[in-house]
Design a protein around this ligand. Sequence first.
Ligand SMILES: Nc1ncnc2c1ncn2[C@@H]1O[C@H](COP(=O)(O)OP(=O)(O)OP(=O)(O)O)[C@@H](O)[C@H]1O
Length: 294
Amino acid sequence: MTYQATVWQVSKKIEKSQILTEVSCSFKKDVIYGLLGRNGAGKTTLLNLLSGKTLPDTGEVKVSNHQPFNHSDTLDHICFIRESKNFKPSLTIKTILKTMPAFYPNWNAEKALELIEMFELPQHKTVSQLSKGMESALGITVGIASRSPLTIFDEPYIGMDAHARQQFYEVLLEDYSEFPRTIILSTHLIDEVSDLFQEVYFMKQGQISLHETVDQLQERSFLIKGPKEAIETLAAKGKVLDRSSFMGDYSITLYIEDAEELASLYIPASCSRQKLSLQQLMVYLTNHKEESFT
Ligand SMILES: Nc1ncnc2c1ncn2[C@@H]1O[C@H](COP(=O)(O)OP(=O)(O)OP(=O)(O)O)[C@@H](O)[C@H]1O
């Protein structure tokens, strides 16, 4: 297996607060990852480490087999687009586009111009003169046109309307199909982008709480409704992520990791089974509290 980036047993404190605790994760070459978790889970901190902005206190981060911090050859392989402040406010879009090849060896000027036109960005304007959505569209343009082997987007669409976000997802997928690279996208708009992800990492309180392929995750998770007794029997087959009861209707959100349990799962005719969206799963997986029926 070829990895573009690996994080091994990384811990990080900021101002005496423990932000990341023994985080280990790896990102394969040419795979699109979703990095999901609630506010303050530690996603941006992890992405800062991966992009060489900071060093871990303990553990090891490697991108293209090197620690990225202060390693210019490795930093050339990484493009990190944050939710804001990606560019100097006094620079015009035109100037930014001119300087990008110096940062990104795979920079594709033609692609950049195509996206500038698609997002209707005025090249003569400075970053400070752009709306929030336009500034985000500029970040996305740079992220895609960089064609960096490790491209990271940390909630890059602030202020962009639904149409522009859809354009972003489509263009990202189209360009990735032609020029595969490792992409990590941290987002809260999970259902909008879930079709893009091949694998997801869930973070909770500074740790990785789950890593799965999207297909596996959806195969292993169920929302089951039915009579109390049947539901209780099914609950014993896996991890109950959520329970609810309303006027005699009982339901559970069940996650079955064990392959044998999964293969032999029998759902009686008195019960119904539904698929869960990635967004619903994320809510349950990052809010794990098990309740009993009342
Ligand atoms: N410079 C800083 N000084 C103090 N605390 C910080 C700093 N940066 C981050 N933190 C803290 O680290 C924790 C994780 O923050 P981080 O930004 O990594 O989370 P996140 O998962 O990206 O959140 P969000 O989804 O809201 O962007 C939070 O509790 C945050 O308050």
